[in-house]
Design a protein around this ligand. Sequence first.
Ligand code: ZN
Length: 433
Amino acid sequence: MTMPNQTAPIPKFAKRLNGLSNVRLPLWALPADWPQQAGEPVNADIFFNQGLIASLKPRSSQHSDLWDLQGALALPALIEPHAHLDKTFTLTRSRPAAPGLLAAIEAMHQDRQYWTAEDLRQRAAKGLTWAAANGVTHLRTHIDWFAATPPLAWLEMNNLQQPGITLERVALAPLGLFADADNANAIAQAVAQSGEHSLLGGFIHSSNWDPAAMSNLLHSATRWQLNLDLHIDEELSPLANGLMWLADYLSQHPFPGHICCSHGCALASGSEQQSRQVLEVLAKHRVTLISLPMTNLLLQDAVVGRTPRQRGITLIKEARTAGIPVLIGCDNVQDAFCPAGSYDPLDTLTCMLFTAQLDSVFDQHSRLICDLSALTGKLAAVSPLATGSPASLVIFPGSDSVTWPLNSAARLVINRGRLTHQRTWKQELSHES
Ligand SMILES: [Zn+2]
């Protein structure tokens, strides 16, 4: 086993750092002409200025004013592209009566009786605190809507403050709510008037399929200039046609905003030719695909006493080949949909590593938990470590590039040039002993 690196003495919290030296960064985040040695990128020196990155250079001689990381791995700030802060941490009071997605939805509806402002605030704040400690600086939460007016959770989440985390809210309404054009317009208007970081979403499934409602959803988002994040085709049926319909729609009606499609499990159930055609159109329209491996593995093909035969994971490799940006998220954490979860993107990536048989995880696929431009649709031709970007990184002092993200619970979080969280090997060992 590789022993943890010993980083130099840890700087004081809140102290503004001048930068980091001798740090091992992932290949995808480095310039194309970055020098390599023995097949690995050489370590870097990163200079900070006023909380921003001033420059990124291959390691040179000693810089006494920088924090020497002695070769430790580091990533740009992590993102959590898909969570449900309104449902999180409700498992102990609301367990589903049966396996699978629809039983979890029923259990969640039962749990709503407890969703007071205080209950929502307390659970959501806990989720945000966990995410921040893990190195997340941007979190997108979906929030269930049950009518055309905003639910209490939508309003409460707007008041949540977690230093260092940008919070986005997506209105997650069942497709049926968009069947009426006036309703669809009212939902979109309410979201648009909720301020920045607000998006329109919907739950689109063969159990509620309605192409007219889909048209209303797309039209209302266009009218109110909203970006979309859809729960779409979260099932294994080859008859699920949400993504296929969306590809067809976009071919005829270019959408002015950005669209994220979450789940898309059914893509893996159709024919290769069918999925390729859908992916080609989605790529053309800059749609981002978000895969949620933990809940999909738990909820798809779930039957009591029977080993699941299917994985429920969308076609992330084919999507990347087609040029579609891909991200992975935690989805539900400790609720009726998923009893486990940690708000740690590394746990999600570990799950995906085995599920989708990923290789070169640190140098290539760590991008799946860092790529903010893929989430927002804002074109970023440059790396998140480019000059002028926030000096926000996560350092993994106990890891190496071969075994990461396993054995990587220990970490140090730098947010805009300041050390904000630390979880060291030493602390973990004393905790366990
Ligand atoms: Zn979800």
